[in-house]
Design a protein around this ligand. Structure first.
Ligand code: RFL
Ligand code: PHB
Length: 385
């Protein structure tokens, strides 16, 4: 088989890239290791920036998002129970949308006309400095797809970045000594907007998926086991970390999903190796505190799609030559913001009482400064592409 582009990974990055290419008449096969149901079962991000909403529209996959997505004009920050609302609409005239990654993925799957090969095992990338091809196994047979370009959209643990010779790649990493324990529950959200809370016992986040479905997180040590957290232990801990009025209003119930995600900052450079490109979590990881991971994946593939469309349509290499430097500049700004939000809101055992006083001062500065709030709002709702 031959395809102009082979995309590895059918997460939001791979599916969006595939959709943008197919609408422009560039053929792209997607190879995904898991089944479609498995991909849809992963509960992850919940917040879309304006740029991601626009991209869903460009992909002609935005209809349900506009009907069911919840527009949020601000978020609430809380520090030891003291609240500060960040009013995006008033500060910078922008907003975000709460619409689950699961729904984004589903809408892109439904919109896609071209081939996605699910349950493709042992995907291998070959000769991406010359005449690239990709092999995979399915049904006991090895298959081969020749192509002009390979897009590695296969997430942090994927095969694409690992296929690059170590000497060609520089990586930057910070692993945090904690993770997020997340619970999904069919109960109305505790508040209209998201609440990001700092507490001496650790961070907590009140998020949501719909008017009847909520998503909550608490910071836990990196080595924590999910089995150690019954639903009642989770709700008790969450209540402690929220201010009393919010804790009182919290509607609890049986969890429908519970999992722990480690927190990490990671960037690989560069993002192009001959005819192989990396995009999304394959290229970078941010801690979820800034709600940036999915949005960065979307902005990467928007740039990559434009570059590939120019290559096939106009025979121009300008876009593919510029891709890595262009997206890395935005990636690092999102890394900085996500690190900063994480540093402000979590407890860091090693920084002690001094560290907590600095965090308190940062929060008080934010509460008293329109400029600081505007900076947060600008970053949270998404920097320009
Ligand atoms: P994905 O979603 O990991 O998809 C990669 C796909 O590649 C497949 N794959 C392979 N396929 C073939 N061969 C192989 N060898 C393969 N190896 C892997 C995988 O099965 C998978 O289907 O990466 P992508 O597309 O780059 O998308 C990135 C986002 O998923 C991620 O950044 C976000 O979920 C991060 N994130 C958030 N981002 C936001 O923008 N806003 C948020 O509010 C937000 N909250 C979160 C988050 C991530 C979280 N976790 C669990 C890490 C909250 C959490 C708790
Ligand atoms: C979520 O709803 O899963 C979510 C929302 C905001 C974040 C992270 C996760 O910053």
């Amino acid at each position: 088989m031959r395809s102009q582009v082979v995309i590895v990974g059918a997460g939001p990055a791979g599916l969006m890239l595939g959709r943008l290419l197919e609408l422009a008449g560039v053929d792209a096969v997607i190879l995904e290791r898991k089944s479609a149901d498995y991909v849809l079962g992963r509960i992850r991000a919940g917040v879309l920036e304006q740029g991601s909403m626009d991209l869903m529209d460009r992909a002609q996959a935005g209809q349900r998002m506009h009907q069911e997505g919840l527009i949020h004009q601000g978020v609430e920050l809380s520090f030891d129970g003291d609240g500060q609302r960040i009013d995006f609409a008033a500060l910078i005239g922008r907003h975000v949308m709460v619409y689950g990654q699961t729904e984004v993925t589903r809408d892109l799957m439904v919109a896609r006309q071209a081939t996605t090969i699910y349950e493709a095992e042992d995907v291998e990338l070959h000769d991406f400095d010359g005449n690239p091809f990709v092999t995979y196994r399915q049904g006991g047979l090895t298959h081969r797809i020749d192509c002009t370009f390979i897009a590695g959209c296969d997430g942090y643990h994927g095969v694409a970045r690992r296929s690059v010779p170590a000497a060609a790649l520089t990586t930057f990493e910070r692993v945090y000594p904690f993770g997020w324990l997340g619970v999904l529950v069919d109960r109305p959200p505790v508040a209209h907007e998201l609440i990001y809370a700092h507490h001496a016992r650790g961070f907590a986040l009140c998020s949501q998926r719909s008017p009847t479905r909520s998503r909550y997180y608490v910071q836990v040590p990196a080595d924590e086991k999910v089995e150690a957290w019954s639903d009642s232990r989770f709700w008790d801990e969450l209540r402690i970390r929220l201010n009393p009025a919010t804790a009182e209003a919290l509607q609890t119930g049986a969890s429908i999903e519970k999992s722990i995600a480690p927190l990490r900052s990671f960037v690989a450079e560069p993002l192009r190796f001959g005819r192989l490109f990396l995009a999304g979590d394959a290229a970078h990881i941010v801690p979820p505190t800034g709600a940036k991971g999915l949005n960065l994946a979307m902005s990467d593939v928007a740039a990559l799609a434009d570059a590939l469309i120019d290559f096939f349509g106009e025979h121009s290499v300008a876009g593919i030559d510029a891709y890595s430097a262009k997206v890395l500049s935005r990636i690092w700004k999102a890394e900085r913001f996500s690190w900063w939000m994480t540093s402000l809101l979590h407890t860091f055992p090693e920084t002690g009482a001094f560290g907590r006083r600095i965090q308190r001062a940062e929060f008080d500065y934010l509460a008293g400064s329109v400029a600081a709030q505007q900076s947060l709002a600008e970053n949270y709702t998404g920097l320009p592409t």
